[in-house]
Design a protein around this ligand. Structure first.
Ligand SMILES: C[S@@+](CC[C@H](N)C(=O)[O-])C[C@H]1O[C@@H](n2cnc3c(N)ncnc32)[C@H](O)[C@@H]1O
Length: 441
């Protein structure tokens, strides 16, 4: 047994070695070298849209590092570390107070007195936060009490879409803190309805409105900007590069938001006709964003905006692709079936449904359709490559909506209930793209 455990540790070490080398090669391929922990600027690869090789390497690296730590550290150390992790709180302070924005004007560094004045916070407290974050390479203390930005802290800037996403995430820990209460509360414990999600539990106690999608214009704008950040975080733009769009002429972006993926899609594939469909207020915002960011597509007449309530009606009929990014995971199974059924009614014989969401891989499930070798987690990697991102996202969906990330089998089942069959999968690491067609009896 001891020897077998040693072999596993050795294997993890070699996974770490090979995946780290692969990641380094990806950075070097750009001609800009490998970034440092204290780099003061972004690397060109940081916001590239096709980073699939790097992402596959990082998935292996993170999972193996975490597993190795858990094996070799005393268990009490690992258990306590996971409950006393306040990275999120310190990141939140830095993001809310716009520290990275202030430091950007001081590339040589800014002393904590001036910084505390600029962000109107207590000097001692802000210094504690910055020292905490510096341990993970977010900000750097260049001289005693003088801090600069790093590549990681730059992400927190208010002008950065991911910064917006991080700022928007701050409410989730509040819902998470009530998770156990929701699981023991008589009314909420056994319900899987949207109205009985942890978010609704917490807001209900404060006597507030519970419908997530009813927001004022400002909140809607922030939410949809954070969805762009979300797609950068999760590498959703891989869909632009790996789906055969040349064989498609029309795309309906179902629950389009402001066109996070469909704007770059329309710019990259000039033959595509795009229909954006969402709730009325969002469609209004969407049109404004397209006018600002893709006026040439509007001038070409390649985009239309049509309101839709996908729980009650079908999208426009007879288009080639019905694309749903970050839609199905927002909803429990019943509503997901309704959405897919409504789309199914609009589909022509050659239409496809493309769902882009996380897919939870399970150790004991049947082999995946159309996946290649790089999708299979190597031994002794744990569930989902030992990578917690998909499962963390699953928790976020639970907290907000009683929604969930699903396994491939769960997707197949809700697809089948709408007369759809899974025909192809694309592993983009952050998310998967699942292609469904009408099932032939
Ligand atoms: C998580 S966002 C995803 C937006 C977009 N697909 C993206 O990737 O940025 C979910 C979207 O679903 C829309 N939505 C929610 N309920 C809806 C409904 N009943 N009918 C149509 N759209 C809805 C929201 O307005 C929002 O734009």
């Amino acid at each position: 047994m001891t020897e077998l455990n040693e072999v596993k540790v050795e294997t993890l070490l070699s996974i770490i070695n090979s995946s780290a080398r692969e990641a380094m090669a990806e950075y070097k391929n750009t001609g800009h070298g490998v970034p440092g922990i204290d780099s003061g600027t972004f690397h060109p690869l940081d916001f590239a849209t096709d980073t699939l090789t790097l992402r596959k390497a990082i998935r292996l690296l993170e999972g193996a590092c975490e597993q190795l730590n858990t094996i070799l550290a005393p268990p009490q150390h690992t258990a306590y570390n996971s409950v006393s992790n306040y990275n999120w709180a310190c990141m939140d302070v830095a993001a809310q107070s716009c520290i990275a924005d202030v430091l950007e004007n001081h590339p040589e560094g800014l002393g904590v007195d001036a910084l505390a004045d600029a962000v109107n916070l207590d000097k001692t407290k802000i210094t504690r936060v910055l020292r905490f974050l510096s341990l993970m390479g977010c900000f750097k203390e260049v001289k005693r009490d003088v801090f600069t930005n790093t590549r990681l802290s730059l992400v927190l800037k208010s002008t950065n879409n991911v910064g917006c996403c991080i700022r928007n995430h701050r409410r989730c820990p509040k819902y998470a803190a009530a998770l156990y209460e929701t699981m023991t509360d008589q009314e909420f414990a056994r319900s899987h309805e949207v109205e009985k999600a942890p978010r609704a539990f917490v807001l209900g106690k404060q006597g507030k409105n519970n419908n997530f999608w009813e927001m004022d214009d400002k909140a809607r704008e922030i939410f949809h900007r954070s969805m762009i950040g979300h797609s950068e975080v999760h590498g959703s733009y891989a869909a632009l590069h790996y789906y055969p769009w040349d064989n498609v002429s029309s795309v309906v972006d179902v629950g389009s938001g402001t066109g996070t993926v469909s704007i770059p899609l329309a710019k990259m594939f000039r033959h595509l006709k795009i229909t954006n469909q969402d709730l009325p207020e969002t469609i209004k915002l969407s049109r404004n964003i397209w006018e600002k960011n893709a006026p040439e597509v509007l001038l070409d007449g390649r985009v239309e905006f049509v309101t839709l309530n996908f729980l009650e009606e079908s999208p426009v009929a007879g288009k080639d692709v019905y694309y749903l990014r970050s839609i199905i995971h927002d909803w429990p199974d019943n509503e997901s079936r309704v959405i897919l059924n409504n789309i199914r009614k609009a589909m022509g014989p050659n239409s496809r449904v493309l769902i882009q969401d996380y897919v939870l891989l399970r150790t004991f499930e049947e082999p995946d359709v159309g996946t290649d070798e790089s999708t299979k987690a190597p031994e002794p990697t744990l569930l989902n490559f030992g990578c917690s991102t998909a499962h963390q996202h699953d928790m976020t969906m639970w907290l907000l909506f009683n929604g969930k990330e699903r396994t491939l089998n769960e997707f197949k089942n809700i697809g089948a209930s709408a007369g759809l069959v899974l025909t192809q999968t694309y592993d983009f690491v952050g998310t998967m793209l699942l292609e469904f067609r009408i099932a032939q009896d």
